[in-house]
Write a protein of this length. Structure first.
Length: 294
């Protein structure tokens, strides 16, 4: 049985850990609110932009959108893995790693590993995939100052690689925030842009008669790059909100577990203390009887 000093030390250690997890939960809750506000504002804009773009691309020749819409034989792929900069968020980051592995195994099983490139957004993804091969770009700083401009650079690099033929497909793997306690790994195709995969909302409004100024083609050529950047930015915002939700849930569970462990340690402490007192009493009684007998 552990000594009283050892049990007291463990109680103090667990108590300190519990205070830290409580504080981290409160910080995550505050950040989660801001992150949710950002993604809630972004979703309608991104969805409406995609709907308009889908309507426009149906009304023009395929040659106009071929720069980002050409479907080629898939020989080289870029996977954009979006994680967090820090851990202590449960399975948040490892789920993305598993999602990338599942994507490669299911969709690109016939491609050699050298033909699958990874762009890591977030320090955890950078650390994980850097051990497995060279990365495309360095975007460990994105979440330090999260904004459209910081994400735009990553999007432009992926778009340039697709235009130049370095990649035949560009896929995104990230966590989507459903609610505070639920994050779902999503795999979405960023490139090539295929009008046939437009959202249902776009199909429902495909007969809208637009007035184009200066021209239909010029507008589409402006909207397509903007839409692609918005889609990546939306994925990063989804991941950011999911991260804080996952960390809040993980820290809440850690705080509960610390509480349960404290109860067990205090019970052990009381039993050990009682056993020590009982032993001392028995020793005193035994000594008194020995003296009386002598």
């Amino acid at each position: 049985m552990a000594s009283l000093k050892e049990v007291r030390s463990r109680i103090q250690s667990v108590s300190s850990t519990q205070q830290i997890t409580k504080a981290m939960k409160m910080v995550a809750a505050a950040k989660l609110r801001r992150a949710q506000d950002n993604i809630v504002r972004m979703r309608p804009y991104a969805q409406r932009l995609n709907a308009i773009l889908a309507n426009l691309t149906r009304a023009i020749d395929d040659d106009t959108v071929s720069e980002y819409g050409t479907v080629r034989e898939v020989r080289r792929v870029l996977v954009i893995a979006i994680t967090s900069d820090r851990g202590l968020a449960g399975a948040f980051n490892s789920n993305v790693f598993k999602g990338v592995a599942a994507l490669v195994a299911q969709r690109y099983a016939n491609l050699p590993a050298a033909n699958i490139s990874v762009m890591a957004i977030g320090k955890k993804a950078n650390d994980y995939f850097a051990r497995r091969g060279p990365l495309v770009g360095n975007y460990t700083h994105v979440f330090a100052q999260l904004s459209f401009d910081t994400v735009r650079v990553a999007a432009e690099q992926a778009m340039a690689g697709f235009r130049n033929g370095e990649y035949d497909e560009v896929m995104m793997v990230f966590n989507e925030s459903r609610n505070v306690a639920t994050q779902v790994v999503r795999t979405e195709q960023l490139l090539p842009l295929v009008p046939a995969e437009a959202p249902a909302a776009a199909v429902a409004t495909s007969n809208v008669d637009y007035i184009f100024e200066p021209s239909k083609e010029d507008i589409v050529q402006t909207l397509i790059p903007q839409s692609l950047k918005i889609q990546l930015y939306k994925a990063v915002l989804e991941s950011n909100a999911s991260e804080h939700g996952a960390r809040m849930t993980a820290m809440d569970k850690a705080t509960e577990n610390a509480g349960e462990l404290l109860k067990s340690l205090k019970l052990t402490y009381n039993r050990t203390r009682q056993a020590a007192i009982t032993t001392e009493i028995l020793e005193i009684v035994g000594g008194a009887e020995a003296l009386a007998a002598g």
